[in-house]
Design a protein around this ligand. Sequence first.
Ligand SMILES: Cc1cc2nc3c(=O)[nH]c(=O)nc-3n(C[C@H](O)[C@H](O)[C@H](O)COP(=O)(O)OP(=O)(O)OC[C@H]3O[C@@H](n4cnc5c(N)ncnc54)[C@H](O)[C@@H]3O)c2cc1C
Length: 331
Amino acid sequence: MSLPEFRLLRPRSIEDAVRCLSEHLGKDGLSLRMLAGGTDLIPSMRQKLFEPEYVLDLRGIVAMRGIRPQGDGGVEIGALTTLRAIERSDFLRQHYAVLTEAAATVASPVLRNMGTIGGNICLDTRCLWYNQSLTWRKGCGFCIKKDGDLCHVAPGGTKCWAVFSGDTPPALLCLDAEIEIASANGVRRVPLNDFYTGLGDNYRKLQPNELVTRIFLPASTAGYRGVYRKLRVRGSIDYPLAGVAVAMKSYDGHVADARIAVTAVNPAPLLVKGAGELLMGKPLDEALAEAVGDLAAKTAKPLTTSALTPEYRREMIRVFAKRAVLAAAAN
Ligand SMILES: Cc1cc2nc3c(=O)[nH]c(=O)nc-3n(C[C@H](O)[C@H](O)[C@H](O)COP(=O)(O)OP(=O)(O)OC[C@H]3O[C@@H](n4cnc5c(N)ncnc54)[C@H](O)[C@@H]3O)c2cc1C
């Protein structure tokens, strides 16, 4: 599958990038696409899911790279920092272990060398009927997410159920991450928890003229024990078909604080509501871990969007959540 033709723009600073966005977006906002590592965008362009006139290559913006511990005990991560750099960071492993563990499971070493954390956060949602060639999609009938008005996953429905399949966002949610977003109108900072819409098509709250520049992890979640568990077809490379992240703090054998998040089973990565309250102040045992697994499974709403059945993926969320909290407590 060949790439459609496009013009490459290569800004050297965030200000340049923002200016390019204002000048080349076009009326519908679809004339330009941003490229970070390109590991998701380029295959999608080959499948003719995107055919932008311009590609804004962010890789020359040095200010958007790097892991910078802050004086207050938190850390700032540039959106262009590669997943490999995150996986290998001693600072992050020591203070935000769930993030390094999740980053280490993304795709393969080659893709982690190119793929960035910003690209992972902004990753397009996926579906069996969407991530296909143009010929395939024409043959089957276009869907709500691209060029059509029907949903093959939930026929008769009007909502798109494409699934968010990034590995690091559930870890970032557990760590109370915030992201910085820049545009010609200035800079805003939002909790990652408010970034996703829960819809498969318009899955993120990011205007076409905005880019994600930095990620912030607070001092308050530094030192939490972290575990990430993931289901995929091929352990060496595939996207998650179910994923669970846990970040937990204990005191005197009792849970002092805990967050659990799931990915790849809904159109957005989600924190499991009530999990922290359920665990708080209690010593973790098998029965409590089982109850957390049940809660996580209730949060997961997988449909037939991928190779494994929805029932199996939901069951694996239950199993992983139970195992992950037990592992975090035992760490
Ligand atoms: C074979 C294969 C296996 C994969 N397996 C996994 C997996 O297991 N887990 C997983 O999470 N991912 C997986 N991926 C997807 C991808 O490699 C990662 O998600 C990666 O982190 C994407 O980052 P990137 O920098 O390459 O993003 P890009 O492809 O450059 O961009 C992805 C999207 O984000 C937008 N974007 C990128 N950066 C910004 C920014 N700073 N501001 C605003 N928008 C931005 C782009 O416009 C694009 O829409 C896989 C990909 C392939 C090809």
